[in-house]
Design a protein around this ligand. Structure first.
Ligand SMILES: [Zn+2]
Ligand SMILES: [Zn+2]
Length: 503
C-alpha cells in the first residue's frame, strides 16, 4: 500500500473510531440520564402536588391554557412573557387543565428550558403520559424530531441525550462542569457528532479524534456524579482503547457507524423540512394578523423550496428563499431571525455532507462483506468443523473439533538478517512461543503474507487450522450480537497458510 493510501486508511479508521466514541458515550451516559430524568420528574410532580402520579386524559397541547398569562405591548398587542411566538397564552379560547396538572407541568418545562426564548419540542412528547413517564417530559428538551416513540434513555441516541443535558437547566446541578456559554463540552460534543457523521469524506484527523475522545471522557469523568458510576467507567475504558493504533475495528462496528452517519443526514433533512414548514405557518399567522407585512411572493418561494427539499433534497432553492426572507425580516423579529439562522446553518451542513455517496458505497460493501462472512461461517461449520476421533474410525466423523482439540505448543521462528564484514547476509533464527494469533499473523506490525506451519505428522497442524476457523466463526457470530475486538475476526484474505510435514 502506498503512503497516500496508508494515510487515507488511517483517517478512515479514525472516522470509524470517532463514530464508536459516540456509541460508548451513550453506553456510559444512558443510565445516569435515566436516573436524573426520573429525579427531575419526581421534583416536578411534587411541585404541582401530584405525588400520586395521576395522569390527566383531558388536555391537548394545542388547546391547553398555560398558567402564565400574556402581557400587553405598547400598542395593545398580546405578548407572551416567555416571548414565545404564537403561545397559547395569547389566545383567549384555550382551556385550563381541569385537574390542574398539565398546565403546571408545562410551566415547569418552560421554566427549566435553557434557550431564550424557551423552545420545548412539543412534537416529541405525549401530554397524556406526562405524569407517569418521566421521558415524556424529558423529550421536550430534545430539539430535534424523531423521538416521539422513544420510551427511555436506552432508546435515545447520544445526540438526544446530550440535548436533554444541554437544554434542561435543572439537570445542570448534577454536573460539575460549566454548562454556560456555547463552548461547554456537551455543546462541543454534540456539534462534533454532526460534523463527523456529515463528513462526506468519512475521514478524521488524529488531532480531531483525540479531542473528540478527550471531551467524551471528560463528560464521563464529570466529578459530581457520573465519574463514580460503573457504566461510565466501563465506557471510559473502552474509549481509552480506541486510542490504540492497533484497535481492532470489526465489520459489525464499521456497519454501525456507517448506518448511523446515513440516518443522521436523513434525520437532519426531515428536521430542516419541518423547520421550514413551521416558519411558513408562523409567517402565515403573522400575515393574517397584519402585524407584519411579508411579501406574498416570498411565501410562494418558501413553499416551493420546502417542496423541492421534500421531493429531491435540492438545497439551492431553499437557500435562495431563506436569503431573500432574511433581508425582509425585521431585526426585532428575534424568533424568526434565530430560526432563519438555524435553517441557513442546516443547509450549509447538509450541502457540505453532499449526497453521502461514499458512505452509501461503504455501507453496501460492508453489508456484502458481513453477508459473505455469514455464508462462510455456515459453509465452514457444515464441511470443516467436524472430525473423526481417530484416523482408523473415519466413518465416525461427527465429532466437534473443539471437543477433542488439544492445543499444540507452537513457536514462531523469525529470521534475522545481519550484514557481516564480507557483506554476506547471514540468517539467524529466534524462537518465541505463541500465545496470540496476532503473533502468527504479524511480524513487527506488518501482516505476513505466507505462513508455514511445520511439524511432524500427527502433531495437530491441520487441527490447529480447523480450530482457528472455528474461533473465527464464533467471533463473527458473537460480533454480530455484541461488541468484541477479537483479533481473529480480522484475518485478512491475503494470508495463505500452508501446513508442511517435517521431513
Ligand atoms: Zn406564553
Ligand atoms: Zn390536563
Amino acid at each position: 500500500m502506498d503512503h497516500q493510501k496508508e494515510i487515507e486508511k488511517k483517517k478512515y479508521r479514525n472516522w470509524v473510531r470517532g463514530g464508536l466514541a459516540y456509541k460508548y458515550l451513550k453506553q456510559g451516559l444512558e443510565n445516569f440520564a435515566d436516573d436524573v430524568v426520573k429525579r427531575e420528574h419526581t421534583r416536578i410532580l411534587a411541585s404541582i402536588n401530584n405525588t400520586a402520579h395521576t395522569n390527566c386524559n383531558f388536555c391537548l397541547l394545542r388547546n391547553l391554557q398555560p398558567l402564565h398569562t400574556c402581557k400587553k405591548g405598547h400598542n395593545g398587542q398580546k405578548i407572551c412573557p416567555y416571548e414565545l411566538f404564537n403561545c397559547n397564552c395569547v389566545h383567549s379560547k384555550k382551556q385550563p387543565c381541569p385537574s390542574s396538572i398539565c398546565d403546571g407541568v408545562m410551566e415547569e418545562i418552560l421554566k427549566s428550558h435553557g434557550s431564550l426564548p424557551p423552545q420545548p419540542n412539543w412534537k416529541n412528547t405525549d401530554i397524556k403520559k406526562w405524569c407517569t413517564e418521566p421521558w415524556e417530559v424529558a423529550k421536550c428538551y430534545i430539539n430535534a424530531p424523531g423521538y416521539a416513540d422513544k420510551k427511555n434513555a436506552a432508546d435515545i441516541d447520544a445526540s438526544g441525550l446530550l440535548h436533554v443535558f444541554i437544554n434542561n437547566t435543572n439537570l445542570h446541578s448534577h454536573l460539575a462542569c460549566s454548562m454556560t456559554g456555547n463552548t461547554n463540552i456537551f455543546i462541543k460534543t454534540r456539534a462534533r457528532r454532526n460534523s463527523i457523521f456529515h463528513s462526506p469524506s468519512m475521514e478524521m484527523e488524529d488531532k480531531e479524534l483525540n479531542e473528540c475522545v478527550d471531551d467524551i471522557i471528560a463528560i464521563l469523568e464529570d466529578a459530581k456524579e457520573i465519574k463514580t458510576r460503573d457504566d461510565a467507567q466501563k465506557a471510559v475504558t473502552k474509549l481509552k482503547k480506541l486510542r490504540y493504533d492497533d484497535f481492532v475495528i470489526t465489520t459489525h462496528n464499521e456497519l454501525e457507524v456507517c448506518r448511523e452517519a446515513l440516518s443522521t443526514v436523513t434525520r437532519m433533512t426531515v428536521e430542516l423540512n419541518q423547520l421550514i414548514q413551521k416558519t411558513k405557518v408562523d409567517i402565515d399567522i403573522k400575515q393574517a394578523s397584519a402585524s407584519k407585512a411579508i411579501d406574498s411572493k416570498i411565501q410562494t418561494v418558501l413553499q416551493d423550496a420546502a417542496e423541492a427539499l421534500a421531493n429531491n433534497g435540492e438545497l439551492k432553492e431553499v437557500e435562495q428563499a431563506i436569503k431573500v426572507l432574511n433581508t425582509k425580516v425585521d431585526n426585532s423579529e428575534r424568533n424568526f431571525k434565530q430560526r432563519l439562522i438555524q435553517i441557513e446553518n442546516d443547509i450549509a451542513t447538509l450541502k457540505a455532507s453532499g449526497d453521502q455517496q461514499k458512505t452509501k458505497e461503504r455501507l453496501k460493501y460492508l453489508e456484502d462483506k458481513q453477508k459473505l462472512q455469514g455464508e462462510l461461517v455456515k459453509y465452514y461449520q457444515k464441511y470443516f468443523l467436524k472430525t473423526s476421533v481417530s484416523p482408523l474410525k473415519q466413518e465416525e466423523d461427527n465429532i466437534k473439533v473443539k471437543d477433542v482439540y488439544v492445543p499444540p505448543e507452537i513457536e514462531v521462528i523469525e529470521e534475522k538478517h545481519f550484514d557481516n564484514t564480507d557483506k554476506m547476509k547471514q540468517k539467524t533464527h529466534e524462537k518465541k512461543y505463541v500465545k496470540r494469533y496476532q503473533e502468527i499473523f504479524q511480524t513487527k506490525k506488518q501482516q505476513n503474507k505466507k505462513i508455514y506451519i511445520v511439524g511432524d505428522v500427527g502433531t495437530g497442524k491441520s487441527f490447529f487450522c480447523k480450530i482457528m476457523i472455528e474461533n473465527w466463526c464464533e467471533a463473527v457470530n458473537v460480533a454480530s450480537r455484541k461488541e468484541i475486538g477479537d483479533e481473529i475476526i480480522h484475518i485478512s484474505s491475503e494470508i495463505d497458510i500452508y501446513t508442511v510435514n517435517r521431513c
